[in-house]
Design a protein around this ligand. Structure first.
Ligand SMILES: Cc1cc2nc3c(=O)[nH]c(=O)nc-3n(C[C@H](O)[C@H](O)[C@H](O)COP(=O)(O)OP(=O)(O)OC[C@H]3O[C@@H](n4cnc5c(N)ncnc54)[C@H](O)[C@@H]3O)c2cc1C
Length: 479
């Protein structure tokens, strides 16, 4: 039934398409409203943390930003503690990380933000166990959604087919008064909506052609007190318009490390084992290569190329049915180099929770999508904002409008100062970690440091130790 402003009754049964991080967290908030939720997932979900074919990106580095940790805690209290108990490393930024960005090394001052670096399978499994506990959310595994039921005004269910079964007779319908598309960046929603006679969402796209290649390693760290002891826990080489190669070396829950190399279109890292190591010669410093020489590879190299920023504008006018909502990567997918996708999936779920509570039912489709897109707006500004400046960026969201130029120039100054000025660095990190709104970069203190401050000194070689460890011993007694 429709109420004021097109709000419909709270759902009694919802179907969520896809059991990834976004699907699970969305199922959780819908179940909180008293609904039964069925997650339809094309994979069979593993009992223990394991890679699965439906999430090929799971073999690659997946950091959970501090904004995502906070959002996850609000959705599933205790989940972050459980990840830490199960060994997920928590790295302080910038003190634990050797970071090269915007042409220089970051000082390793005290941490003002933290990233969690568990493997994607363990993170998903902690989330899944918590969401499925209690029985309101159930899974239909090994089944894939192949269409929607209903018409251009109202979706009333989904059509599923058992994986591997081809004949039309194997299809069946599952009724639902709310259908959530959480099927990831490869969603077929455009096609499904067109089949109902509805309009697909206009798409914004920005592509740098960035490719990832990742291998798993067991590190052979230098002894803590050995000559040149490397007391850092991770390495991060961030690409920029003048230096198009990236690298991330991060620990996992089991003591192993994932090493991800990246390059823009035309500079992609190879996916053979020798090529992987040789590619590190292109990085602005030999440190990653030296690290690889001391480490033992535990896997072959896995590539990933589908990294475009894609935003589906369901908030724009068009004939689209009630009872259907998109979330996670199916709504807004990012260049993964910024580590935002899982955080945004959690922020989308919080936005949905807020809308369902405020309206006492399901808001009209445009209103609902407006709320979800609002929760991903900052991440989009970061990711698309940076990628616009990359050489060879393509897509209808490429190009900087004249009104955006002053802000772009200011942000370029922020980046140049973030590595050496702790005030600017802290503000920059808080925004990138989706812990603070973008306006944190425009407080009087930060504006002063960015616009009037002298160029801060940055380390001229990799700072292998934290600054706290470099500090002279405090004077004792009166001398
Ligand atoms: C290389 C790479 C690295 C990344 N690194 C990070 C990172 O460091 N930090 C971060 O926060 N994010 C990262 N991301 C993004 C992150 O993986 C996603 O944003 C996040 O997992 C949320 O995705 P999702 O749940 O929307 O979709 P997915 O994780 O893709 O899950 C979609 C699910 O839907 C299922 N499915 C698909 N179609 C159907 C269908 N028709 N019927 C039934 N089931 C279906 C799939 O099997 C899958 O389980 C990275 C992404 C990539 C590609």
């Amino acid at each position: 039934m429709r109420g004021a402003g097109g709000t419909t009754d709270a759902p009694r049964h919802a179907v969520v398409i896809g059991g990834g991080v976004a699907g699970l967290l969305t199922a959780r908030v819908i179940a909180e409203r008293g609904a039964r939720v069925t997650i339809v997932e094309r994979d069979r979900l593993p009992a223990e943390p394991a890679q699965r074919p439906g999430v090929p990106q799971g073999r690659h580095t997946h950091v959970l930003l501090e904004g995502g940790q906070r959002a996850l805690e609000r959705l599933l209290p205790g989940a972050v503690g459980e990840l830490l108990d199960r060994g997920a490393p928590r790295l302080g930024m910038p003190e634990d990380m050797l970071q090269w960005q915007a042409g220089g090394w970051y000082r390793r001052t005290a941490a003002t933000a933290h990233v969690l670096t568990p493997s994607r399978p363990i993170l998903e499994s902690v989330v899944r166990e918590r969401v499925l506990a209690g029985g309101r959310v159930v899974t239909l595994e090994g089944n894939e959604v192949v269409g929607l039921v209903g018409d251009a005004d109202r979706v009333t269910g989904v059509v599923v087919r058992e994986r591997g079964a081809g004949a039309a007779t194997d299809r069946r319908e599952i009724p639902a008064d709310l259908v959530v598309d959480a099927s990831g960046r490869g969603t077929r929603a455009d096609h499904w909506l067109t089949e109902l006679g509805a309009e697909p969402a206009p798409e914004e796209r920005l592509e740098t052609g960035l490719a990832y290649t990742t291998r798993l390693y067991r590190a052979d760290p230098e002894p803590e007190d050995g000559p040149g002891a490397a007391r850092y826990r991770g390495q991060y080489v961030v690409p920029d318009p003048g230096q198009v190669y990236g690298a991330v070396v991060l620990p996992l829950e089991d003591g192993c490390h994932l090493v991800t190399l990246s390059g823009l279109r035309g500079c992609e890292p190879p996916t053979d084992d020798e090529g992987f190591t040789a590619f590190t010669e292109r990085l602005p410093h030999p440190l990653v290569r030296e690290w690889l020489n001391r480490a033992e590879p535990l896997s072959g190299a896995h590539g990933f190329r589908d990294t475009a920023n894609i935003r589906r504008r369901y908030d724009r006018p068009g004939r689209r049915p009630a009872g259907f909502v998109a979330t996670g990567d199916a709504l807004c997918a990012f260049n993964p180099i910024y580590g935002q996708g899982m955080t945004v999936a959690a922020l989308n779920a919080l936005a949905l929770r807020g809308e369902l509570a405020r309206r006492g039912g399901v808001p009209a489709p445009r209103r609902l999508h407006r709320a979800l897109l609002r929760s991903s707006r900052q991440a989009w500004a970061i990711s698309a904002g940076a990628d616009k400046n990359m050489p060879g960026a393509t897509g209808n969201a490429a190009g900087t409008r004249a009104v955006e130029r002053p802000v772009a120039l200011y942000l370029a100054r922020v980046q140049r100062r973030a590595g050496g000025d702790p005030v600017v660095g802290a503000a920059f990190r808080s925004v990138l970690a989706l812990m603070a709104p973008s306006r944190a970069l425009f407080t009087p203190r930060v504006l002063r440091a960015v616009l009037l401050g002298p160029d801060p000194a940055v380390p001229d070689r990799p700072p292998l130790r934290r600054e706290a460890d470099e500090a002279p011993e405090p004077a004792s007694g009166r001398g």
